[in-house]
Design a protein around this ligand. Structure first.
Ligand code: SAM
Length: 323
């Protein structure tokens, strides 16, 4: 690859995330073509900047451009499928990567030494969930052998999972817990829009430091997606998993879905997302357990592993079903 190709790809990664967020990728997905100037006018966007954004997409073969006329090109469908991974990188994690020189320095790695955009991460995660975990999650839900009355989602982000569960189980009540207020603000707004606000409570708390509460007493199902690696290292993970049984005394099932550290992939064969995800977690100093690491803690923490569902789309995704 040439320096120009590398440079243009870097610019295009920003443009992909932006084009998704402003609706341009969806429009192209529907119509396969659009006029950049009328698109800009209809959405209150600056015309020159909008054409420039499409030019960045054209430079890497996502679209082709003839003046302001934009049509999808060879890379479009794959990029459209993986748009959330670009968003995770360019919007949610931008500040972490921007600060790479200082984050690398050992003596700087204390306290809150990096920042990411929690609301943007939550936005991307809804789609990453749909792409990676949704099918396996609903299959596991189908195997619940009790009538679901109460569910808690740990690290709920913008609340999509708990709201989806409530939509499918109209008699159930839900709780979403997250440490990030911006994600919870989005979750509360979505619960109002979904007409589910009276059946769900969103709580700002650290799930690793939960105390018993009256509203936790009936919880039968715990779900936790794309944050389980935050329970680690091992000893902390055992403590956390044990504590969930105490804090949620009626719990019958725990579903943990997460990425895991995969075997080393040759540097020249890395698929989309793996590199950003693993480097990002190394920069943050977050340990990523392997599937074997996970499977070694459940029994010690008092949980029985019913099933390991390997998804393995790009970052060793897996869903553990525990009781
Ligand atoms: C990658 S997002 C996943 C969001 C959501 N679970 C989903 O499936 O889309 C991880 C979420 O976990 C939250 N989180 C991370 N550590 C946490 C902790 N110790 N306590 C509560 N929430 C936490 C983050 O704020 C973020 O919203």
């Amino acid at each position: 690859m040439t320096a120009a190709g590398i440079y243009n790809s870097a610019v295009a990664a920003w443009a992909i995330a932006a084009a998704w967020e402003i609706g341009a990728l969806d429009e192209l997905h529907r119509s396969r073509t659009l006029d950049a100037e009328s698109f800009a006018a209809s959405r209150g966007l600056d015309p020159a900047a909008t054409v420039g954004m499409f030019r960045a997409l054209a430079s890497v073969g996502v679209v082709r451009r003839d003046g302001a006329t934009v049509v999808t090109a060879d890379a479009f469908d794959e990029v459209y499928r993986y748009k959330s991974f670009f968003h995770w990188l360019s919007r949610g994690s931008a500040e972490l990567f921007r600060q790479m020189p200082s984050v690398l320095v050992s003596e700087n790695r204390v306290g809150k030494f990096y920042r990411r955009d929690a609301a943007a991460i939550a936005y991307a995660c809804r789609e990453i969930d749909e792409l990676c975990y949704a099918q396996t999650f609903w299959d596991a839900m189908g195997r619940l052998d009790f009538e679901l009355g109460s569910v808690v989602d740990l690290g709920c982000g913008s609340g999509g999972r708990v709201l989806d569960v409530l939509a499918r189980y109209p008699r159930a009540r839900g709780i979403g817990i997250d440490i990030a207020r911006p994600a919870l603000d989005a979750a509360r707004a979505d619960s109002l829009a979904a007409g589910a606000a009276d059946r769900v409570t969103f709580i700002e708390a650290d799930v690793l430091d939960l105390d018993e509460r009256p509203e936790f007493a009936d919880v039968q199902l715990i779900t936790c997606f794309m944050m389980g690696h935050d329970f680690w290292p091992r000893e902390n993970c055992v403590t956390a998993l044990r504590r969930f049984r105490k804090v949620f005394p009626s719990v019958q099932r725990l579903l943990i879905g997460d990425a895991t550290r995969t075997a080393e992939v040759p540097d020249s064969e890395l698929p989309v997302f793996t590199l950003g995800f693993e480097l990002g977690h190394d920069l943050m100093g977050v340990f990523l357990p392997t599937i074997a690491d996970w499977e070694s803690v459940f029994e010690e923490a008092g949980w029985t592993l019913l099933r390991t569902n390997r998804i393995d789309l790009t970052v060793g995704e897996v869903v553990f079903e525990l009781e």
